[in-house]
Write a protein that binds this ligand. Structure first.
Ligand SMILES: [Ca+2]
Ligand SMILES: [Ca+2]
Length: 446
């Protein structure tokens, strides 16, 4: 991508916008994707109204001409052959994150797209409107602060209130937040991570090793649609699925995953589906990027892979949060008789074909009182994935490899066979991938 390519794309997007084929939010989101970096590591973007180039000087966006031979001025073009809104070509091909062939097999992640740039932290979408809008917004924010806005989750999270005793042995505190989400505290200390050689479902779980972690808190359940909606309402955040115009949905009739136009967190099973009745179900169709954005807004972060596993299986090396046995209809939401697939257990009824309301299986709580650690939805964690990482990971507070192509997911889902359920099981996917079985929960240091 170079400056002239960005200008070409800008002109095409502008024409679509003027023709009503692209919403303002969609236009801004697409332009954000077009930010580029020059040889001096400075970021450049085009203002959506002005067509003017802006460069980020480390503090703010300022109008400037990009460092290249003088180019033709930006002119508005109207192309007769523009695609319909929602069908624009996109650079990133989001393929089905995994196949259904074996039900409990860890499928190969899909290929990587061209790298998306890491934006400057304060490159918010409203900057696209230009400096005037920035000034207006800054004034508005100032007024809002002086007026004392409502307390948001972030401020509530800073001052947690102890409200309940342990729900099971080992859980020491539960904190409540303003929107009803509880976190459980996991005390500092060692636990057994991974599986002995030859005993894991894949060979990326060995060597089994002892890991010591500092104190931390982790959400008691997966993040719900109601909680995610509040984040979006307050921030105007657009998820990767919304920006790309499609999500990935499991189709029981084909027992496979399909890319569906219009599937996103608001329409988890495709454009005809809605969140009606799903407020307390885990949010899905969210990428690792989306999960990170939510947790940051909430004043939290994603758990490390080690933090997730300790919260799930405690310190005694047990196989599942509740102990050694495979899941039952009282312990977890997995591929039971409600999901018509070859690998489902037809003798068990856990009550749900797809997601279940979070916290539906209190008998399946982990030793620290965390719920849904196995089943319901897969959960993104912070770490990059590397199948050999356990042979070299530090014994204290491991944070995962320094880089990688895939991020780790943990905990299995409504899609997975009971036989897959092991708290040490590791899965991975590209950070922009998503489907209706991927969700997350957040953590924070004590
Ligand atoms: Ca189920
Ligand atoms: Ca889960």
């Amino acid at each position: 991508m170079d400056f002239s390519s960005v200008e070409t794309e800008y002109r095409q997007l502008k024409a679509q916008f003027d023709a009503g084929q692209l919403t303002e939010a969609g236009f801004k989101a697409r332009l954000q994707e077009l930010m580029i970096e020059d040889e001096q590591d400075r970021w450049w973007m085009i203002g959506y109204e002005t067509g003017q180039w802006y460069v980020h000087d480390g503090e703010k966006w300022v109008p400037a001409e990009p460092p290249r031979p003088a180019a033709a001025p930006l002119v508005e073009v109207r192309s007769p052959g523009l695609p319909e809104s929602g069908q624009q070509t996109k650079e990133v091909s989001v393929e089905a994150p995994y196949t259904s062939e074996a039900g409990n097999a860890a499928p190969e992640p899909v290929g990587m797209p061209a790298n998306k740039p890491i934006r400057p932290r304060n490159a918010s979408r409203w900057l696209l409107a230009g400096l005037v809008a920035v000034v207006v917004l800054a004034v508005a924010i100032g007024i809002g602060l002086r007026g004392g806005g409502p307390i948001n989750e972030q401020s509530a999270a800073v001052a947690p209130v102890a409200t309940a005793a342990a729900v099971s042995p080992g859980a020491t505190l539960v904190i409540s937040q303003s929107i009803g989400l509880e976190m459980v505290r996991v005390p500092a200390g060692e636990f057994v991570m991974g599986s002995p050689e030859g005993q894991g479902s894949d060979d990326d779980e060995d060597p089994q090793h002892s890991v010591s972690l500092d104190d931390y808190w982790i959400d008691r359940t997966e993040v719900t649609n109601a909680m995610f909606a509040r984040f979006v309402d307050e921030t105007g955040y657009l998820t990767d699925a919304e920006k790309d115009g499609l999500g990935t949905v499991f189709d029981s009739s084909t027992q496979d995953w399909s890319e569906i136009q219009g599937a996103n967190w608001r329409h988890p099973r495709g454009p005809e589906s809605s969140l009606d009745g799903l407020a307390d179900h885990p949010v899905v169709q969210v990428s690792w990027n989306d999960a990170v954005a939510y947790c940051e807004w909430a004043g939290k972060r994603l758990p490390s892979e080690a933090e997730w596993e300790k919260a799930a299986r405690g310190t005694d090396g047990r196989t599942n949060p509740w102990g050694e046995q495979e899941p039952t209809g009282e312990l977890s939401n997995f591929a039971d008789r409600n999901l018509e697939v070859d690998w489902s257990d037809k003798n068990v009824d856990d009550g749900y074909q797809f997601t279940a309301p979070v916290g539906s299986y209190p008998a399946g709580a982990s030793p620290f009182g965390a719920l849904d650690m196995e089943g319901n939805v897969w959960e993104w964690v912070a770490d990059w994935y590397n199948d050999g990482y356990y042979a070299q990971s530090p014994s204290e507070n491991p944070q995962g490899p320094a880089s990688g192509d895939y991020r780790v997911l943990r905990g299995s889902s409504w899609y997975d066979a009971a036989s897959r359920f092991q708290a040490a099981d590791r899965f991975r996917n590209a950070p922009f991938n998503l489907n209706d079985a991927f969700g997350f929960r957040c953590a924070r240091s004590s």
